[in-house]
Design a protein around this ligand. Structure first.
Ligand code: ADP
Length: 469
């Protein structure tokens, strides 16, 4: 696998969680997996050994001295590419001045180094690329290394985690990545006169996956395709959706170390204890025990549908719910929640922060989890909510659509405040019927979105690739 981040070494988002958990789940199935990623200045590496002494990697005409170190995580080798000049700085993709201007060179060197690892240290039959930062491996294998006997028969798989980021650079950057006009055309990396690395990955990989079946369909439409819908539609026969897994060793109400009480599908009593403690922690009155508590844990960005909540806020508060919000992000939404809390201090609380223990306690203590995303490639919080008996109310998009159904939660399709309120009111009606509510909670808690199931699907994908001529 070639990727730009992997937990526990370096993490800015969900991609790192996938690269930290999927390889071990695959190894458990008998796959031999290795991951190549940069050794950033900010990376946390406890133990490693140098496995490839300094060797030159060309980023176009420039040469960089690179060393490769091996660290082991959950039994899987992670090859860290050291090149102080490119990766040893503060920041992963950008700093306060914006995106690093040499990102194309940085990830060109990562991918060239990954292929050096494949040549000298770990001979793969499949190179599994992640997002635009890993796409160059697939592009190189079909261009500069096309005739190289070492890579004869090697297949490529590209996983798209978020189509919103494509790695677009001016055409003039092509030589600095060691590429030339042979890939700069409409069936290659060219995209409206620029270089689009994700597009190249999509067209040059043997197979494609994304992180839910619904998102795989959606990204072939203009509404979700970010300009690449036609390119993706042309490759739909090799595109599949595989959900990300949840780490239930961290996220289970039976064992969660952050909860004041534990509970299970068979015995939900502890959930009331969690609710009472959460209200106290957030400074909400005991009287809220009698009301449905709606939880929100999210980055406060427009992707997550906060404009709908903003529009529906007066009606939402009229429904008699209490609200527990945790998130940071755009100041517009931070201000909105602060204002809402000021207007309803006895029924709404918001923590504008990143606070993992509190995220667990909201999952444990809330009755309903609200996630009205505009788009959602996979989404994890609704998966956690199911396991915690916190009934999700979600927009039917991407992974939300694939993981929530009428037995376990409530969905709305149209992106509007009215549709969201419609689904929420259905949930509130169900909440007033304790028997119905228990059935919803228990059905959700029984669902299994562990990594083992996802890994089995990736294995099937690899098998198909190995068999293809
Ligand atoms: P995304 O990757 O788009 O942010 P996901 O639902 O896939 O959305 O994953 C979000 C993850 O980040 C979850 O594990 C969630 O609990 C966590 N998270 C988001 N915001 C916060 C926050 N303010 N405090 C603690 N955890 C948060």
């Amino acid at each position: 696998m070639v990727a730009s981040e992997a937990a526990p070494f370096i993490k800015t988002g969900g991609l790192a969680d996938v690269l930290g958990a999927l390889p071990a789940a695959l190894a458990e199935r008998g796959e031999q997996v290795a991951v190549v990623l940069p050794w950033y200045g900010e990376a946390r590496v406890e133990a490693s050994r140098c496995v490839l002494e300094e060797f030159p990697v060309c980023g176009g005409p420039a040469r960089y001295g690179v060393r490769v170190h091996e660290a082991v995580w959950r039994g899987v080798p992670y090859f860290l590419v050291e090149c102080a000049e490119l990766f040893g700085r503060k920041g992963i993709y950008f700093d306060e001045k914006g995106d690093f201007p040499d990102n194309h060179v940085r990830f060109a060197v990562l991918n060239k180094a990954a292929l050096a690892v494949a040549r000298r240290r770990f001979r793969p039959d499949i190179v599994h690329c992640h997002d635009w930062q890993g796409s160059l491996a697939a592009i190189y294998l079909r261009s500069v290394f096309a005739g190289d006997p070492v890579f004869l028969g090697v297949k490529t798989l590209l996983t798209i985690h978020n189509l919103g980021y494509q790695g677009i650079f001016p055409a003039e950057t092509l030589p600095a990545m060691g590429l030339d006009a042979t890939v700069f055309h409409i069936q290659g990396v060219e995209f409206y006169g620029k270089v689009n690395l994700l597009k190249g990955g999509i067209l040059y990989s043997d197979a494609l996956t994304t992180v839910s079946r619904a998102y795989a369909r959606e990204i072939q439409t203009p509404e979700y395709g970010c300009g690449l819908e036609a390119v993706l539609a042309a490759r739909s026969s090799v595109l599949t959706g595989i959900l990300n897994g949840a780490d239930y060793s961290e996220w289970s109400p039976e064992t969660d170390r952050y909860l004041p009480a534990h509970y299970s599908r068979e015995d939900l009593a502890g959930k009331q204890v969690c609710k009472r403690a959460l209200l106290a922690e957030l400074g909400l009155p005991e009287a809220c025990m009698e009301r449905p508590l709606v939880g929100i844990v999210s980055r406060l960005v427009s992707q997550k549908g906060f404009d709908l909540i903003e529009e529906a806020a007066p009606e939402l508060m009229k429904c008699g719910v209490c609200l527990a919000v945790l998130g940071t992000g755009e100041s517009r939404y931070e201000t909105f929640f602060r204002t809402l809390v000021a207007a309803h201090p006895d029924r709404a609380a918001a923590r504008i922060a990143y606070d993992n223990p509190l995220a667990h306690r909201i999952e444990g203590g809330a009755d309903i989890f609200l996630m009205p995303s505009r788009y959602e490639p996979c989404g994890l919080n609704q998966i956690y909510s199911l396991r915690y008996g916190t009934v999700p109310v979600v927009r039917a998009t991407g992974g939300l659509d694939d993981t929530v159904d009428e037995e376990t939660g409530f969905k709305f399709r149209e992106y509007s405040a009215a549709a969201m309120m419609g689904a929420l009111k259905e949930a509130l009606a169900a909440y007033r019927n304790p028997e119905r509510w228990r059935a919803l909670q228990r059905a959700g808690m029984a669902r299994d979105y562990s990594w083992a199931a996802s890994a089995a699907q990736y294995s099937a994908c690899y098998r198909k690739l190995r068999l293809a001529s």
